[in-house]
Design a protein around this ligand. Sequence first.
Ligand code: FE
Length: 182
Amino acid sequence: MCILHTLFFLNKFVHLKTISRDMKKIILLLICIILVSCNTAAQEKKEKKEKKVYPVTKTKAEWKSTLTKEQYKVLREAGTERQWSSDYNSNHVEGVYVCAACETPLFKSEHKYESGSGWPSFDREIKGNVEFDVDYNLGYARTEEHCATCGGHLGHVFQDGPRETTGKRHCINGVALKFIPK
Ligand code: FE
């Protein structure tokens, strides 16, 4: 977000011929200060998240030995599975979706819907079992969600879900889930 804003201002102001040299210097200095403060804030937030101790905590080596390569990439490194790659996209069986890493129940089948996005989608989570954060990995703010028990990354929440229910689309990596039929 900060970088996009900065580029916008840079483009808008620095090339204006009407601005004096001193003014340009001040603007560039301000941009530098904003960039540094944004990076510091993002770093502090990242460190704070990494320091949080979840009820289920394992070392990198332990996670690597219990998860598949793809699960590790998504759950522990906040990766994204390939679109339409999850069999859960077309799963319409009644049951509950638990965390693939620690088996905490995260989503119910009754709240799953066809979003057409290519990732399993739900209009709500099982309250208390999922935590939310903001990430800027794509240069803009997105609501990231992760398992409240092990901290495993699940996906993101968007505001284009079904209007007749919550209006939210929990866009979840199928590989981060395990389905338990009713
Ligand atoms: Fe978990």
